[in-house]
Design a protein around this ligand. Structure first.
Ligand code: SF4
Length: 353
């Protein structure tokens, strides 16, 4: 069985040509796939019945995700779904909406997708990390998370504006499938999302960052740093040792040089662990002068024993970075009350069942 969402538009074209049909038949499949959200080939009536039958006989299907749980935050801005994919895996996907009336700028509907079930990186503060690694998702399973929300939004007269690879799993540890999904989602004959509207978040896998830099794409990169020195980082990200904090800063610098896209360093702030003024000073020293942007994320209460720092210490941490000339923002995780931290809903549901 091959899910048609797996095919790049060029591959779809080759498929119909190989089956003896003119190339325009490919667009008659692609257009509805990404704008009408069919569930089966017979939902594309403009396609000749004979071609639909031949595709079915050759094992081509249209995969879709089934929603099994939905939680919406009190303010309605965050929707978290547990989706059952066509391979029967349960995955978390989140929609975060930003209302310009509250934060200025343009309205945004950002989908946070998962690339793996579980994760092998084992970050001690992350519910997915505590689950361990189960399996990699295929490109079509990553795409079906986006399509599911695109359909929900379309019914409200809205659309997907941004995509972040920050859900369950380490995207660079599933590089080939992740990048195939990115290419289809940004292809102008596929889902057509602008490359600059996509951010890949990684814990700092060197090979993945280097490969992404060579792709000639305008994709945003966020690297999760979480610590100001190697000893602390190893405690928080036990699998981090092959890549030192110095390596990570250097990888960010070369990504910027190659792509022109500035890298964001994500820093999850945990009370009493990595939020002291001394650590902020050490971090400032590490990042000074390289034009980095730091995103401070006071942690959500998750599976571990970690606590969110007080507002006072978050602001103090930010001030130290600012004073050292480091561009810095504080991101309050949306939807704390709905278990929006990655892997938390799945963990909560599994432990209840
Ligand atoms: S924070 Fe990201 S890389 Fe770390 S365990 Fe969780 S999903 Fe994996």
């Amino acid at each position: 069985m091959t899910d048609l969402y797996r095919l790049l538009p060029e591959e779809m074209e080759q498929l119909v040509i190989d089956m003896g049909y003119p190339r325009y038949r490919a667009d008659q499949i692609l257009l509805p796939l990404y704008y009408k959200f069919p569930k089966q080939l017979d939902d594309i009536p403009q396609l000749p019945k004979k071609l639909r039958e031949e595709l079915t006989a050759a094992g081509y299907t249209i995969g879709s995700a089934k929603e099994t749980h939905r939680i919406v935050s009190d303010d309605g801005d965050t929707t978290k779904l547990l989706l059952e994919l066509s391979n029967d895996n349960a995955v978390e996907t989140v929609l975060m909406q930003y209302d310009p009336a509250k934060i200025g700028g343009h309205p945004r509907s950002t989908i946070c997708v998962s690339t793996q079930i579980g994760c092998a990186m084992g970050c001690v503060f992350c519910a997915t990390g505590q689950m361990g690694f189960e399996t990699n998702l295929k490109a079509e399973h990553i795409i079906s998370q986006v399509i599911h929300f695109a359909e929900i939004l379309e019914k409200r007269g809205e659309h997907v504006t941004n995509l972040v690879f920050m859900g369950m799993g380490e995207p660079m540890a599933n590089y080939d499938e992740m990048i195939r999904a990115v290419k289809i989602l940004t292809h102008d004959r596929g889902f057509g999302l602008g490359q600059r509207h996509i951010t890949i978040s990684t814990i700092g896998i060197r090979s993945g960052i280097e490969r992404l830099a060579e792709e000639n794409l305008q994709i945003g990169l966020a690297i999760s740093l979480h610590a100001s020195n190697n000893e602390l980082r190893k405690k928080l990200v036990p699998t981090a040792s092959p890549t030192s904090v110095e390596d990570i800063i250097e990888l960010g610098r070369s990504y910027f040089k190659k792509t022109g896209r500035r890298v964001t360093f994500e820093y999850a702030l945990m009370a009493g662990i990595n939020d002291s003024p001394e650590i902020a000073t050490e971090l400032a020293r590490l990042l000074k002068g390289n034009g980095s942007h730091v995103n401070l994320i006071p942690i959500n209460p998750t599976a571990g024993d970690f606590k969110r720092p007080s507002e006072k210490s978050v602001l103090e941490f930010e001030r130290i970075l600012f004073d050292a000339g480091i561009n810095c923002t504080i991101r309050i995780e949306k939807g704390t009350e709905i278990s929006a931290a990655c892997g938390q809903l799945r963990t909560d549901l599994i432990s209840k069942n």
